[in-house]
Design a protein around this ligand. Sequence first.
Ligand SMILES: Cc1cc2nc3c(=O)[nH]c(=O)nc-3n(C[C@H](O)[C@H](O)[C@H](O)COP(=O)(O)OP(=O)(O)OC[C@H]3O[C@@H](n4cnc5c(N)ncnc54)[C@H](O)[C@@H]3O)c2cc1C
Length: 429
Amino acid sequence: MRIAIIGGGAAGMITAYLLDQVHEITVFERQPLLGGNIRTLGGNVDCPALPPGVALDCGVIEFSPEHFVKLHRLFADLGVETRPVPAATGFIQGDGRHYLSLGKLATSRMPLRRRVAATLRLLGLGPALARFRRRAARADPEALYDTSLGDFLRDTRARGLGLGLGATREAAFHEWLRLLLVYAYSIPRAEIDATPATMTIPTLLRFTGDVSWTSVVGGIYRYIAAITERLRGEVITGVDVEAIRRDADGVELRRRGAAPERFDKVVLAATPEQVLRLLTDPSDAERRRFAAWRGNDAVVQIHTDAGMYRRRGIVDYSEFDVFAAPPGYNAHLNRLCGLPSAAYGDPGAVDYHFSYNLESEVDPAALIHTQRHRTPGYTVAALASRPEIVATNGDNHTYFAGAWLGDGLHEGAVTSALAVSERLGGRLL
Ligand SMILES: Cc1cc2nc3c(=O)[nH]c(=O)nc-3n(C[C@H](O)[C@H](O)[C@H](O)COP(=O)(O)OP(=O)(O)OC[C@H]3O[C@@H](n4cnc5c(N)ncnc54)[C@H](O)[C@@H]3O)c2cc1C
């Protein structure tokens, strides 16, 4: 069959890879580069400010081998090498006081007395952590479809603590969790409570558990490049697909400046809020399933400025530090990307950071790159239709792939591509 894939992000490119041996595929990607939220400076993104040979991941970065099982199978299939990376987190409160995770405390450069105090502070969050994990582990993801994260955390609060120390610590712990989701999904803090618990609770369960993390040697874009090298089908970048019409025989696709093209099937691997804009003939069921989806625009900055720590008297920075005010995150990229780091004693090395919503904290002179991402806006109402979309995937010659069909992260992208491949008789990893 002739199959059009709209979107050359992770889900679209993996779908193309799986279908390529069996069908004639064409990938249409709006941007001049492939990868979607995969941005490797010195890989699919040029960055003259970086020394030659340095590959810096600053979109998608890391994965957990325990939970991203299909993704690691794909990496093995493509011969893409991964390496274990440290992934500690810290929570910097509005008043400048901060919590370091256990992983970070183990390697902290703080004097012993402060390290002991920080360990005791962290241990103070133990009861709130245990309560959250107990309830989250027991929750049925299907039953969480109607619940927002805000509702879930409210119902998780310990009863009868009033305004005591326990309640203050629990509030701090829950804020740390919310900000970890700001990191995971690049969604503004103000919108985190509205996110669907069915997606965000399993993510938090992983983040707060005993998991290991990996990144791709040479940059995450390596695997997209490996797919591109192997593809027999066509990949067209810099084209905006404008309209898709379906009839009994297949699909007609229109893009700006070209004659309408016919395909047997179409795979929509773009963000879900675009579906109703792209389909010129949506059925009533499609209208209902996609009506509540909205997009989320995120801007991130890549820079060399550690002033946000210095100004707060913080000597340790974690791989993922979340800030309460302004609510955002900063990732220290060097160890995640296998680069030497001055912060870890490598003389002459430059430390790179990746920030979200911390524009007011970053010295413009230290900025090396700014990038924009379009992601799905996750709400309870938007996700409500997901089981139905999964169950009817392929109706009207139309398939859907994307991280939003799973965990909103890379394992979700691979899982959705495998589901489409299974329905279309393609490869399964
Ligand atoms: C800053 C950031 C960091 C992240 N870090 C991680 C991480 O470390 N680990 C992790 O697992 N996940 C991470 N994620 C989540 C990430 O979004 C998913 O893991 C995954 O990459 C999403 O892939 P996708 O194919 O579903 O969507 P996208 O990557 O959004 O791909 C969709 C593609 O469709 C294209 N497109 C849209 N409309 C059209 C059109 N009309 N015509 C043609 N093309 C179109 C877009 O340009 C885009 O390339 C991160 C996300 C962001 C924003």
